[in-house]
Design a protein around this ligand. Structure first.
Ligand SMILES: *[C@@H]1O[C@H](CO)[C@@H](O)[C@H](O)[C@H]1NC(C)=O
Ligand SMILES: *[C@@H]1O[C@H](CO)[C@@H](O)[C@H](O)[C@H]1NC(C)=O
Ligand SMILES: *[C@@H]1O[C@H](CO)[C@@H](O)[C@H](O)[C@H]1NC(C)=O
Ligand SMILES: *[C@@H]1O[C@H](CO)[C@@H](O)[C@H](O)[C@H]1NC(C)=O
Ligand SMILES: *[C@@H]1O[C@H](CO)[C@@H](O)[C@H](O)[C@H]1NC(C)=O
Ligand SMILES: *[C@@H]1O[C@H](CO)[C@@H](O)[C@H](O)[C@H]1NC(C)=O
Ligand SMILES: *[C@@H]1O[C@H](CO)[C@@H](O)[C@H](O)[C@H]1NC(C)=O
Ligand SMILES: *[C@@H]1O[C@H](CO)[C@@H](O)[C@H](O)[C@H]1NC(C)=O
Ligand SMILES: *[C@@H]1O[C@H](CO)[C@@H](O)[C@H](O)[C@H]1NC(C)=O
Ligand SMILES: *[C@@H]1O[C@H](CO)[C@@H](O)[C@H](O)[C@H]1NC(C)=O
Length: 408
């Protein structure tokens, strides 16, 4: 009797399954979205939030921190990659700061009237203290090789079966783990420079092997410029502080409302740490960052995914908004709110989300920067700076710097 009713139930559910269209019937995978710091620019929708400002809010000022484009890429490539957010900036007067070649190409791509936009080049001095867009270079306590040891532990694990496969295919070649990593890296560089690469072929590396490569890079960046590097917040804070001071300053007659700074790949992730976003430990209430990145298996649910955080041309934006027309916020004393947008995806700051769609009020943002300053505002001491003319403050946006036009 029991068996009979069980059989009836089973066949009924089978009929149901046959009549339903599965939502996802095929597995799709693109290795180019898992290449960490070598990934061509893409917008990962992480989280998949609407990039437009919340209803009733308009962006009044914005600052962008942009990682330079690929070495060797041509102007056409820059313009291709930059177009998505370039359009937004096209009709403004902009003061251009950092990696010089990217900045020039960017200006060439956007400038409507020649020489309308000025570019300011900031020295990468090793003695600049916090006053540069490469503050890790002037931070003696920071080691650029941090994370390579931890990463190589995981590389040995994941490359072992791949090496065995390659050895069986080409026994005469002395295959090493580094060859595997190098081939996977070439997939990214080749693609960024030439548009495609045989190393990206799914017959060479399988989807899971790309996820393993990505994770090995995430481990490296975690210890290098992420939550596993005690100096990350220290290195990223001066840009955050200077940017908030600039965005919140009272408007003046010829004030600029968009600031774009070009830098190298090290700075953007440290700014994310200074802001407290993409923190694997967030909402656990426990601060044990290194435990969130095991070296013997992948943490698939991590927030620290370098492909999303630092592809070529990655951009971190802080937007100031006027939300006086936003429902529920009509009567606030100050309608100014801030939003952090990483590669077009709005992010919620764990310490401040009192505005429309979890944006952050002006007073909340001031408190946040003050609190982060108490944690990370001690650049010279934390970095162990020994030269005596150091500074803890980034002042490039407030100083009168001499810019120059780039020309066509
Ligand atoms: C550019 O900005 C100016 C001044 O705000 C405005 O008059 C003009 O209509 C804008 N042009 C476009 C194409 O948005
Ligand atoms: C300190 O002096 C050096 C050498 O003159 C210079 O390069 C550097 O920018 C100075 N640092 C600051 C913070 O002014
Ligand atoms: C193979 O490569 C390893 C690591 O580079 C090296 O130690 C070893 O001597 C090489 N073996 C041969 C046969 O070349
Ligand atoms: C994480 O590991 C790094 C590298 O060993 C270390 O410097 C850092 O202090 C660790 N972080 C914590 C919170 O233990
Ligand atoms: C990351 O999150 C943990 C848990 O909430 C928190 O204790 C820690 O301060 C956060 N790290 C940073 C750098 O904000
Ligand atoms: C916000 O926008 C409203 C409507 O345009 C305007 O009246 C108000 O002055 C603006 N407030 C700020 C702080 O910009
Ligand atoms: C805002 O103030 C107006 C006028 O006092 C009032 O009619 C309205 O209900 C208030 N809106 C909210 C959301 O409190
Ligand atoms: C933030 O910037 C302001 C203005 O430059 C400066 O006075 C202040 O000391 C900075 N805060 C920290 C914690 O460095
Ligand atoms: C800055 O670092 C120095 C040396 O480590 C320490 O004496 C000082 O108390 C620190 N100040 C803050 C505000 O953390
Ligand atoms: C900064 O430059 C502007 C425009 O060239 C000039 O009017 C102003 O006096 C300068 N300010 C300082 C403090 O040098």
């Amino acid at each position: 009797m029991d068996l009979l009713s069980f059989t009836v139930l089973l066949s009924a559910s089978l009929t149901l399954a046959q009549n339903q269209q599965p939502l996802y019937s095929t597995y799709a995978f693109n290795p180019l979205q898992h290449l960490a710091g070598i990934a061509p620019y893409f917008e990962p929708a992480d989280p998949p939030r609407d990039p437009s400002p919340p209803q009733g809010c308009s962006v009044t000022r914005a600052a962008y921190l942009v990682r330079h484009a690929a070495i060797n890429a041509n102007d056409f490539d820059y313009e291709e990659y930059l177009e998505p957010f370039g359009k937004k900036l096209a009709n403004t007067t902009v003061d251009w700061k950092r990696t010089t070649i990217s900045a020039q190409s960017f200006i060439h791509g956007l400038e409507m009237i020649d020489d309308e936009i000025e570019m300011v080049t900031i020295s990468e001095s090793k003695k600049a203290g916090a006053d540069s867009l490469t503050p890790y270079s002037s931070c003696p306590g920071y080691s650029s090789s941090a994370g390579s040891k931890q990463s190589s532990t995981y590389v040995k694990t994941y490359t072992a079966p791949i090496l065995a496969r390659f050895k069986s295919l080409a026994p005469a070649f002395n295959w090493t783990s580094d060859d595997v990593v190098g081939m996977q890296e070439w997939c990214g560089y080749d693609t960024v420079i030439r548009g495609s690469s045989p190393f990206c072929s799914p017959s060479l590396f399988r989807a899971d092997e790309w996820l393993q490569f990505e994770y090995s890079q995430d481990i490296m960046y975690h210890y290098n410029t992420g939550y596993g590097q005690p100096l990350s917040g220290t290195i990223g804070f001066p840009w955050l502080n200077a940017t908030l001071n600039t965005l919140s300053a009272p408007p003046s007659e010829d004030d600029q409302d968009i600031y774009v700074s070009f830098t190298h790949r090290e700075l953007p992730p440290t700014v994310l740490v200074a802001l407290g976003i993409f923190n694997n430990s967030e909402s656990t209430g426990i601060n044990n960052p290194n435990a969130t990145m095991p070296l013997d298996r992948i943490n698939y649910h991590r927030q620290w995914v370098s492909s999303y955080i630092l592809p070529f041309l990655t951009n971190v934006a802080i937007e100031q908004m006027n939300c006086s027309a936003s429902y529920g916020y009509e009567n606030v004393t100050d309608p100014t709110f801030y939003r952090v947008v990483v590669n077009q995806s709005p992010q919620t700051l764990p310490d401040c989300y009192d505005g429309p769609l979890e944006s952050c009020s002006a007073s909340g943002m001031q408190k946040l920067v003050q609190k982060r300053g108490e944690m990370f505002g001690n650049f010279s001491a934390a970095c162990g700076v020994t030269y005596d003319n150091t500074t803890d403050v980034l002042s490039i946006y407030s100083r009168n710097l001499t810019g120059r036009s780039v020309g066509k």
